[in-house]
Design a protein around this ligand. Structure first.
Ligand code: NAP
Length: 296
């Protein structure tokens, strides 16, 4: 990376805010855009240029990073007369780090290829804490040489990059990893509900898991307080995992593959989302298990 990139960062939500801050901390030139302008204020205070549209951001940058909610959000920042792609020229780089579908990713990779824009498909594993501590695991798809050229950028946000193959392989890998996360979350919430139903303290589950080296998983420790205190301030909003479960099921259906446990997890998350819990942490599913009447 001889000349440092001029980075334009789009999406200053739970994850993007921390990732953009780490890029700044590492000394990169970072300009930002966010749909809700209030969220850009802390970056303006740190001396970043704040663009009023994604197109204006693209004009200030040679490398755009997107960290937005879903495919609809990607459309709204990339497409149309004010979108990034209206101003992005050959030689520029677009790195998507949001979790979107493999189909959307493949179509975007094709569009970028035709326009001469380098596209990297780089969703992340790790939640709010990992983003804040620059400890994300970056799951990468795209051209390996282009990826390696930008390794200082990824190093500023994460602990490692796992190369999966051409796009949409990064997104495909992300869905597999999130399948595990979705099921771990349903496992601890169901176990806590069963403990309560049997009259034992759910904390005993966490004590036991932590004592057993084969079951002592960092993710359980991460969600322990949510489950025990029944507090669900969002690190990973439920509605994002619901979106991901639907991507997993759609991919599986295309290949005639059954994912029965993921399908059950999707149902539970959909129920929780219908109760209005979509913005809360994914572990809020516990409410639907322990307060079933409220959920109906
Ligand atoms: P978030 O806090 O909900 O932030 C979403 C961002 O997308 C915000 O900047 C939001 O802008 C923007 N956005 C949403 N809809 C938009 C639209 N129609 N047009 C323009 N911008 C729009 O989400 P997050 O937790 O940071 O997650 C971001 C992505 O990373 C998601 O794809 C998620 O699945 C994935 N992810 C999350 C985690 C996690 O633990 N949180 C971990 C790994 C991956 P506003 O500020 O205007 O709402």
């Amino acid at each position: 990376m001889s000349i440092p990139p001029r980075i334009g960062f789009i999406g200053l939500g739970i994850m993007g805010r921390a990732m953009a801050a780490n890029l700044l901390k590492a000394g990169f030139q970072v300009s930002v855009y966010n749909r809700t302008r209030e969220r850009t204020m802390e970056f303006a205070d740190k001396g970043c240029q704040v663009a009023s549209t994604p197109r204006a951001l693209a004009k200030l940058s040679d490398t755009i990073i997107t960290m937005v909610a879903d495919p609809a959000a990607m459309d709204s920042v990339l497409e149309g007369p004010e979108g990034v792609l209206s101003a992005f020229m050959g030689g520029n780089t677009l790195i998507n780090m949001s979790t979107i579908s493999p189909d959307y990713t493949a179509a975007l990779a094709k569009k970028c290829f035709i326009a001469g824009v380098n596209f990297l498909d780089c969703p992340v594993s790790g939640s709010k804490g990992a983003a804040e501590q620059a400890q994300l695991v970056i799951l990468a798809g795209g051209d390996k040489a282009a990826l390696e050229k930008l390794s200082p950028v990824f190093k500023a946000m994460g602990r490692s990059v796992i190369y999966a193959g051409p796009a949409p392989a990064g997104t495909a890998l992300k869905l597999c990893v999130n399948l595990v996360v979705a099921q771990l979350t349903t496992a601890i919430t169901e176990a806590a509900a069963l403990a309560e139903a049997q009259g034992i303290a759910p904390s005993l589950i966490f004590d036991t898991l932590a004592e057993n080296p084969a079951l002592n998983c960092g993710y359980f420790a991460l969600k322990k307080n949510n489950v025990l205190k029944k507090e669900y301030a969002p690190a990973f909003p439920l509605r994002h995992m619901l979106k991901d479960a639907r991507f997993m099921l759609a991919e599986a259906a295309k290949k005639n593959l059954e994912l029965p446990v993921t399908a059950a997890a999707e149902k539970l998350m959909a129920r929780s989302n219908d109760c209005g819990y979509g913005e809360l942490d994914l572990s809020v599913m516990l409410r639907n298990l322990t307060e079933p009447l409220e959920a109906k």
